[in-house]
Design a protein around this ligand. Sequence first.
Ligand code: GRF
Length: 354
Amino acid sequence: MREKARTLEEARALRARLDAAGKRVVFTTGCFDILHAGHVRYLAEAQALGDALVVGLNSDASVRALKGAGRPINHEADRAEVMAALESVDGVVVFDGVRSTAVIEALQPHVYAKGGDYTVESLNPEERGALEAAGTEIHILSLVAGKSTTATLAKMGTDGQRKPRIGVLGSGKGSNFDAICRAIERGTLNAEVALVISDVEEAPILAGARSRGIDAVFVDPGDHPNRLADPAQKEIADRLKAAACSIVALAGFMRVIKAPVLQAFPGKVLNIHPSLLPKHKGRDAWVKALEAGDVEAGCTVHTVTAEIDAGEILEQRRVPVLPDDTAESLFARIQEAEHEAYPTALAKVLAAIG
Ligand code: GRF
């Protein structure tokens, strides 16, 4: 496959190369959420208006603002990859906000293609102003009747109905996050993980999310070694709300979550703790179980309240403490139980929410 421009800078360089050769760059925009033949035909027509086509792809936040919380179906990185694989597309630039004015200003395309029921007059005045300032030629292309993402979803019988969306917060390796994803894949948990947030930039949980094509975000926790600063509390709440999450699962998140998230998701922030609560609250609970000489240990899924490890108990699993157990062997046994308990608890809570 020939090389495609994937950033605004690369698209600008492509434009400069073509311009120098007396050729023309065409620019168009769209969500391109579920690709269909109508898109493919439209894009081929758009490219034919010039010599190369750059697509401004609405970011996930931008699609949500335009089409509602249930969209996009596909993450922006995946949508961009699919677009870039098309023969008619020479560049893909993801843009935030509902208008592509900034891309138009930076790219200065020779031609602008727009689909649908628009006329030049009914184009957004801001975008139209930017196009006129750039001396861009404007073309309105007709869309292929009956072919749209909405029609595709309707045919699938989903009518755009989304599965409940889980936001996961974690600081570490993310084995519980993994277990949640596996339960979704197996069909025992009817949900999707919309977003993973971590306070640790290098946390494997973020890499794991990215490799599954799930939005993965590092939020700077602030200067304190184990508290979460107020701006970070707010940013996390805002991001979970923007991702249209209906439930939040703390999976090894090592800082205390406060009001902004708890108030935004009342009773719907869950945590998993490696002990049989109310026994052994706080850190290294399995070490405490060993030191106390307990004959059994386990894990608890509970709702998160302002008081640490004290919310309503939703699910527990017991495991034996064996005579030759080390902290590591006991923790490994508890984690196995966690991986079964957490998806089960989430499924129950989601079923209750309806
Ligand atoms: C789990 O043991 C959980 O109980 C505790 O943190 C650990 C996270 O492990 N809150 P992982 O990152 O899910 O593997």
